[in-house]
Ligand binder design. Structure first.
Ligand SMILES: NC(=O)c1ccc[n+]([C@@H]2O[C@H](COP(=O)([O-])OP(=O)(O)OC[C@H]3O[C@@H](n4cnc5c(N)ncnc54)[C@H](OP(=O)(O)O)[C@@H]3O)[C@@H](O)[C@H]2O)c1
Length: 244
């Protein structure tokens, strides 16, 4: 799919990885629907940077635990831009909690944000894409979906579900829409990580490198622009972390 003149919605695009993906899609000609929940200033910055480069962008806020807000946001994007061609599900919650402390709320928060929201976003956005005759959905996953991290149980289950969702949606939205997943290794450590913790992440890869948000953006661009033949696939973008 040529991104020129297309419209992309990126969730969690007010900061970090989501912001890098949004900027890269805009650089390749897409108009950007920049989703945020609390990072309004970051979302405004993302949009301003795109507009500075003569692109088109608008910010949209939604609490992704609410299906009603998801439906309203997709409708607003269609209203604002007249179409929606690309959806990148990047927003996610991620926090450590040992099994004994896990509550029903932890389970719901992780599964709602990381799995249920991508499903409903894809359902609502995918319907329009099918009508248009083409579309791309990219889910941002995690290598730990396959080999779970210690003490992140609901998170790793949600990301395992996201790989299943990618495969199921690829069938359900075929042949018009291609749905793929990029399962990340360490590309941007949590802001609070100490240098020693970051170093441990780096050394745990086969490549002995940290990835970067730019690596993620290039993978998303490949799945949107580089080929129309991949669907239902999960690309391990993890420096070989899963194999180590
Ligand atoms: N960073 C890494 O090294 C790494 C490694 C493996 C996988 N990943 C995956 O890559 C993606 C991006 O990672 P990241 O580190 O950039 O994530 P992040 O900094 O944790 O940001 C995630 C975004 O999700 C949004 N969000 C969270 N809960 C939400 C909710 N209930 N409703 C609406 N928005 C919500 C937040 O928006 P607001 O700030 O606007 O509230 C936030 O900006 C995630 O899917 C993550 O699992 C990242």
């Amino acid at each position: 799919m040529n991104l020129q003149g297309k419209v992309a919605l990126v969730t969690g695009a007010g900061r970090r990885v989501g912001q890098a993906i949004a900027l890269a899609l805009a650089e390749h000609g897409a108009s950007l629907a920049v989703h945020y929940r609390t990072s309004r200033a970051g979302a405004e910055e993302t949009a301003a940077r795109i507009i500075e480069q003569r692109g088109r962008a608008q910010i949209f806020s939604a609490e992704l635990e609410s299906v009603e807000q998801i439906e309203r946001m997709v409708a607003s994007v269609n209203e604002a831009f007249g179409r929606l061609d690309v959806l990148v599900n990047s927003a996610s919650v991620f926090y450590r909690k040992p099994l004994e402390g896990l509550t029903e709320r932890d389970w719901d928060l992780n599964l709602n944000t990381n799995l249920k929201a991508p499903f409903f976003l894809s359902k609502f956005a995918g319907a329009g894409m099918r009508k248009q005759g083409a579309g791309k959905i990219v889910n941002i996953g995690d290598w730990a979906a396959i080999r779970p991290y210690n003490n992140y149980l609901p998170y790793t289950v949600s990301k395992a579900g996201l790989i299943g969702l990618t495969r199921a949606l690829a069938k359900a939205l075929a042949p018009e829409v291609q749905v793929n997943c990029v399962a990340l290794g360490p590309v941007m450590p949590p802001d609070e990580y100490a240098p020693e913790q970051v170093e441990r992440l780096r050394l745990a890869t086969l490549t002995k490198t940290m990835g970067s948000p730019a690596d993620v953006a290039r993978a998303v661009l490949f799945l949107c622009e580089g080929t129309d033949f991949a669907t239902g696939s999960t690309l391990m973008l993890d420096g070989g972390r899963l194999l180590n």
